[in-house]
Design a protein around this ligand. Structure first.
Ligand SMILES: Nc1ncnc2c1ncn2[C@@H]1O[C@H](COP(=O)(O)OP(=O)(O)OP(=O)(O)O)[C@@H](O)[C@H]1O
Ligand SMILES: [Mg+2]
Length: 161
């Protein structure tokens, strides 16, 4: 049985919330491909290369975690990789609407691929890349939200006097 899941996102930048989903995902899957979206409609702070590097640094050299760029349609990427599962995280009810739509569209396009959701850990229920960037830009303390390598990159982007 193929026990590979693709965990897609923009990861701009990766947070402890994402890392928690990856680590817990490894309880269910042998391999997790963290797919960093290249052509996201979002206005990203970090380049795709920077985002990939930050995830690689933060996940160490665990051979079960593969970090890759998704250039194009997610569902095509998943099929190309021979994977059958898209892994997503759910925080508040506010995540549901969008995730529901995305999962339906992907399943309509490709019946062999299922989207599975993992509930956020309570301690990261409020955490998003957007919140982290806002805090960093305003000079807030974000040590509890992101690993040290990401913290350093954010401090480079938002130098505080
Ligand atoms: N704290 C968290 N707990 C659980 N899942 C999360 C958490 N943060 C992000 N995710 C999930 O990770 C996946 C990738 O998310 P994404 O790259 O959009 O991060 P984000 O933190 O939501 O960033 P943004 O604020 O830019 O939307 C999505 O499935 C998202 O729901
Ligand atoms: Mg998001």
């Amino acid at each position: 049985m193929n026990r590979t899941a693709v965990y897609p996102g923009s990861f701009d930048p990766v947070t402890f919330g994402h890392l928690d989903i990856i680590q817990r995902g490894l309880n269910a899957f042998d391999t997790i491909i963290v797919g960093v979206a290249q052509n996201s409609a979002k206005n990203n702070l970090f380049t795709v290369e920077e985002r990939v590097t930050m995830i690689r640094e933060a996940t160490g050299n665990d051979p079960r975690i593969i970090v890759d760029v998704i250039d194009g349609l997610l569902i095509n990427y998943v099929v190309e990789k021979g994977a059958r599962i898209i892994l997503r995280g759910l925080r508040a009810v506010s995540d549901f609407e969008y995730e529901f739509q995305l999962a339906q569209v992907n399943h309509t396009v490709e019946k062999r691929v299922e989207t599975l959701f993992m509930m956020t850990s309570v301690r990261y229920g409020y955490l998003s890349s957007s919140v982290v960037k806002e805090m960093a830009a305003l000079g807030g303390t974000i040590t509890e939200f992101v690993p040290a390598n990401v913290l350093a990159k954010l401090q480079e982007k938002f130098p505080q006097p």
